[in-house]
Design a binder for this molecule. Structure first.
Ligand code: HEC
Length: 107
């Protein structure tokens, strides 16, 4: 939240008040305070490396290594960071196996 002018190549800057609100939300809902297994796995995978994108962790890479690159380029997916395209429950903070879309839909 400290350098939103350079947010993965985009200018995502917001006013001070909004920044404070988002920061508070992020701290409150951070992996450190979560009991979800995936959160633990991500934290362990980050270790003391300087990683700010989940998709750069070894854990994420291991879990998605069998998915062909073209799938992530499919217009319905668009990008690796569009977790929701495949994990339909991710906005509820969940990543349940039964809610992962069949990726053959994206071929
Ligand atoms: C193109 C579809 C796709 C996208 C986009 C995607 N995933 Fe996945 N993800 C999968 C599939 C398929 C699996 C199941 C892999 C397996 O177990 O064989 C998976 C597995 C996972 C798992 C492991 C779940 C478990 O219980 O083992 C996590 C955590 C996860 N994804 C997080 C993410 C996050 C976070 C993002 C966005 C940064 C993301 N994924 C983007 C398809 C996707």
């Amino acid at each position: 939240m400290g350098d939103l002018e350079n947010h993965f190549g985009d200018d995502a800057s917001v006013d001070d008040e909004t920044n404070k609100e988002i920061l508070a939300f992020l701290v409150k809902n951070s992996a450190e305070t979560s009991t979800m297994q995936a959160s633990w796995n991500f934290l362990n995978s980050i270790g003391n490396k300087d990683i700010i994108a989940l998709s750069q962790t070894d854990y994420w890479k291991r879990k998605h290594k069998d998915i062909p690159k073209e799938i992530f380029e499919n217009p319905k997916v668009k990008s690796i960071s569009n977790c929701k395209a495949c994990h339909t429950d991710i906005e509820k903070g969940l990543i349940e196996n039964e809610n992962i879309k069949d990726i053959s839909d994206f071929k």
